[in-house]
Write a protein that binds this ligand. Structure first.
Ligand code: G6P
Length: 369
């Protein structure tokens, strides 16, 4: 087993380190030579139909749902099509407004999650076109879809998803760009900039992995943590959601994610001296507002770990501890921010003696509704 783990202590750590290569594989062959277009060979969308789309639904469970939140924001922003995100187990309870003018995107690492499959079948009954984003070739979700974008992350063994998540976000970014080419909602130069940024993403992930020693030290401090709060705005809120899920899943520390601006409407009451708050700040346009939210929790004594894009100058004086992320295109920052969040969960679990790869009560793939 040690050999299968490639010398790493756990599959999760191995898979965290595989992300630069996994992202390279996700992108491989999918950006055209002139750097202005996306090639998705399993996707056959009729341009006329895309221009008439009423909505895009992104449906998934767990970590894949969080990837969908980011992907949805990208689709809305780049392609200009209204987006709905829904947790698969809730999808059918809402009597969704779905018809032939809907693109339904099912996101699933395994492609076998029962709730995701049921939601897909319901969307099919209502006439939607089905696109799958999955890691497993020939999986049920892949077989039942009209279009498939494989993430090519390679086998993911640890229950807590890492490289499947980051590659899902990258695959969805490619889909968003493809849709944007068709709708023309985003100009060519902006699309080119994002494609260029995608090509440097693996390097940025390698740099983010250099934070490992710092995060390991922070992980040791989690010995005394009982509750942790993750805050962010915009895309950083979605990263916060994924960060808190990772921490809960494997370290069993109670964690919650909040949109930073929403804290004062309730959760701020829980901040006491020493409460750990993980604040994400990767979006330049949210900088000032985030700083005031950090000051809000600091004033109540919170112990703030700031995870910030490194060029957001001067932000570190607002927190007790700061991790600086390499700067990439703001829309791709969630991919880079995932690395320290995964490492934090990992080292918290190791510090607390938890079974990292097989957390209690959880399964890698949930095939019951
Ligand atoms: C389980 C796993 C999660 C995963 C979720 C969805 O709960 O423990 O890590 O995010 O299922 O899995 P899927 O294979 O559909 O992405």
């Amino acid at each position: 087993v040690q050999a299968e783990r490639g010398g790493y202590e756990h599959f999760m750590l191995k898979e965290i380190h595989e992300q630069p290569q996994a992202v390279r594989d996700t992108l491989s062959g999918r950006i055209n030579r002139s750097g202005d277009g996306v090639l998705l060979d399993g996707v056959h969308l009729d341009p006329e139909w895309v221009r008439g789309l009423r909505s895009v639904y992104l449906v998934a469970c767990g970590t894949a749902y969080h990837a969908g939140l980011i992907g949805g924001r990208l689709i809305e922003r780049l392609a200009g099509i209204p987006v709905w995100n829904e947790v698969a187990s809730e999808f059918r309870s809402r009597d969704p407004l779905i018809d032939e003018r809907t693109l339904f995107v099912a996101i699933s690492q395994s492609g076998e999650t029962a709730d995701t499959l049921s939601a897909l079948r319901e969307a099919r009954r209502r006439g939607a076109r089905i696109l799958a984003v999955t890691n497993v070739v020939g999986s049920s979700v892949a077989r039942e879809a009209d279009d498939v974008v494989y993430t090519w992350a390679g086998p993911e063994i640890a229950v807590a998803s890492t490289k499947a998540y980051t590659t899902q976000v990258v695959a969805l970014a490619l889909l968003a760009l493809r849709l944007a080419e068709i709708t023309g909602h985003t100009g060519e130069q902006e699309r080119r900039d994002l494609l260029e940024a995608l090509r440097f993403l693996s390097e940025a992930l390698e740099q983010a992995l250099e934070l490992e020693e710092d995060v390991r030290a922070i992980g040791e401090r989690t010995r005394t943590w009982r509750d942790a709060f993750f805050i962010g705005r915009g895309l950083d809120y979605f990263s916060a959601l994924e960060g808190q899920l990772k921490l809960k899943e494997i370290s069993y520390i109670h964690a919650e994610a909040y949109p930073a601006g929403e804290l004062k409407h309730g959760t701020l009451a829980l901040i006491e001296p020493g409460t750990p708050v993980i604040a994400l700040m990767t979006q330049p346009d949210q900088r000032e507002k985030m700083i005031s939210n950090i000051e809000e929790v600091r004033a109540r004594g919170a112990d703030v770990l700031l995870i910030a894009r490194q060029d957001l100058a001067g932000v570190d004086r607002h927190a007790q501890t700061t991790l600086m992320l390499p700067a990439v295109h703001p829309l791709l920052m969630p991919v880079v921010a995932a690395v320290p969040l995964q490492l934090l969960a990992y080292y918290a679990a190791v510090t607390r003696g938890a079974d990292v790869d097989k957390p209690r009560n959880l399964a890698k793939s949930v095939t019951v509704e």
